[in-house]
Design a protein around this ligand. Structure first.
Ligand SMILES: [Zn+2]
Length: 74
């Protein structure tokens, strides 16, 4: 399976939120916590946010469920 290291950025301010190792070609629906190489996110209760305040996902056991259109991936 294809393996890529992605820069996941806030779609509001462009700041780097995660460096993430992704397997396969599908859309980024969730991030497995053990594949996050760098984490610049902030947590507030179950919300995972950029430090500009943009909510990018929900904290779940072992994963972060990503919110559509809240990040850009390259
Ligand atoms: Zn931001």
């Amino acid at each position: 399976m294809r393996r890529r290291t992605l820069d996941i950025r806030c779609s509001e301010c462009g700041k780097l939120i995660f460096k993430y190792v992704k397997y396969g070609d599908g859309n980024l629906v969730k991030c497995h916590k053990d594949r996050i190489l760098k984490d610049h996110s902030e947590k507030e209760n179950r919300d995972v946010k950029c430090n500009c305040g943009n909510v990018i996902g929900k904290d779940r056991p072992h994963i972060i469920k990503m919110k559509g259109h809240a990040v850009t991936v390259e």
